[in-house]
Design a protein around this ligand. Sequence first.
Ligand code: CTP
Length: 425
Amino acid sequence: MSPHAVDGTAEPGQRRRVVVGVGGGIAAYKACALIRSFTEAGHHVRVVPTASALEFVGRATFEALSGNPVHTGVFADVPQVPHVRLGQEADLVVIAPATADLMARAVAGRADDLLTATLLTARCPVMFVPAMHTEMWEHPATVDNVATLRRRGAVVIEPASGRLTGKDTGAGRLPEPDEIYALAALLLERADALPRDLAGHRLVISAGGTREPLDPVRFLGNRSSGKQGYALARLAAQRGADVTLVAGAVAGLDDPSAVDVVRVQTAAQMQDAVMKHAGGADAVIMAAAVADFRPTTFATSKIKKGEGEPDTVPLTKNDDILAGLVRSRTDGTLSSGTVIVGFAAETGDEQGDVLSYARAKLARKGCDLLVVNAVGDGKAFEVDHNDGWLLAADGSETALAHGSKSLMASRVLDALRPLLPSVDR
Ligand code: CTP
């Protein structure tokens, strides 16, 4: 099959109309950072808080951050009919935090304040980002309301677990503003990027670089930021999958919400963690930049300059985790149905271009899908955007249009989805 471009995605940075709804919960303060991310990206933002949200954050803060007037009721600014126009004109509505009460009112189709009226008139993607005490999140009324909103086409984000107000812990915490922004910005790039189509599936995803210690203060590492693997884990969890993220060294990233994170340092530790969790998984995605070599010996005290200083560092080859997974599938230690996805970072050279190296790598590694990033010239590593190719074992080759790492992740999960075993839901 010949390579083809995949989509008609909106240009990153294109100015869009975003309504940020804010419910009345303590997490309302996090909406401030979210609003700022939208305005910094050049979008036109209207903030619509509920009356109780203004008990937590003042109107002046929202007006200053968005540069636009802020109302809660439908009778302000009546000639402009904002209760109808805000929703009709929006490209995206994000509600953060979405309280249990606000979601219940949305389900009931109420229109007794500006935010609920806006929800009734919006025809764009609508994303609820719940935040509440665990008991409220787990209550059958909320569970039903979340299911109803999803059935009607809204995106309802899985909340984070962790410390809530006071001493409470458990699911129900608002994800960090950067994570909410990443998911919301993805919906602006691609309105259908967050279906719940991975519910019932277990995925293991590796991310980041490994660090191979040389002595107590030094290591051999690489420039992987972990952003691509984290974007995959975040998205897979929001698409309903049960995700274990095996994370090596990453560039100060927050843990994605609703994901189990296992931290490792070395390639050997990553191998152990991946093999351990691959057991019950439907798919393993190796997005990590695993070191091919490690220093043969580890000096237990710091290597000093001067007499006896080494002039070379002997290296030993690490196991190839991806190839090992493929082997375990054949020898029966891993279920033969486990889908295995590899990544390849290629520059191309005089001997071959990026795609010819990638095709050879797919054949050599024997995985089902290979995500190919063109690297060099500042591409792929440590940046927020990516482009590349998706090669499949059946010979199909798909160009991945330039876009955010979240968009790339959504394309990879789309390609993975039909390869997964069916689940009874
Ligand atoms: N990989 C792995 N274990 C290793 C090295 C790489 O599992 N020891 C995985 C990576 O996570 C990635 C894929 O293999 O999914 C390709 O990695 P890459 O570094 O591009 O491939 P290499 O086999 O190291 O090939 P190259 O000779 O191009 O470095």
